[in-house]
Design a protein around this ligand. Structure first.
Ligand SMILES: [Zn+2]
Length: 129
């Protein structure tokens, strides 16, 4: 079996390629308001195709949902213990709206880092690895 190289946790946080950890995944900076979601077709360093099949990134919705539910539960508990639970109705939706670009991007990155190496082993570990 070929040695399986994957990028670690810091490339994930920096939105870098899941295989080489060097190339960017997204075309623009996260704070570019309308274009934060533009994803490159392939890694500029190792040529990993980021979308192995059409609709691959639909699965990112489930990751985004999980991230938002987790954040909502943690924030609710935190606000309850800080005695701000009455304001949670305003605080939590505001934070969710503010964090949408990050949630969107990390949903896609979780697809690339978790699902891609499992479902598309040939493409992920194939050429140039
Ligand atoms: Zn790469």
């Amino acid at each position: 079996m070929v040695e399986k190289k994957r990028a670690g946790f810091f490339p994930f946080l920096l939105s870098h390629c899941p295989r080489c950890g060097k190339g960017k995944v997204f075309r623009n900076k996260i704070l570019s308001f309308k274009k934060f979601s533009d994803t490159l077709d392939q890694c500029p360093k190792c040529n990993l195709e980021y979308e192995p099949e059409t609709g691959f990134f639909f699965g990112a919705m489930y990751w985004s949902y999980a991230l938002l539910v987790g954040a909502t539960v943690i924030l609710s508990v935190l606000l309850y213990y800080l005695n701000y639970f009455d304001q949670a109705v305003y605080i939590i939706p505001s934070l969710i709206l503010f964090s949408l670009p990050w949630v969107f991007r990390y949903g896609r990155l979780l697809m690339l880092y978790v699902v891609y190496p499992i479902m598309y082993k040939d493409k992920f570990y194939g050429d140039n690895s």
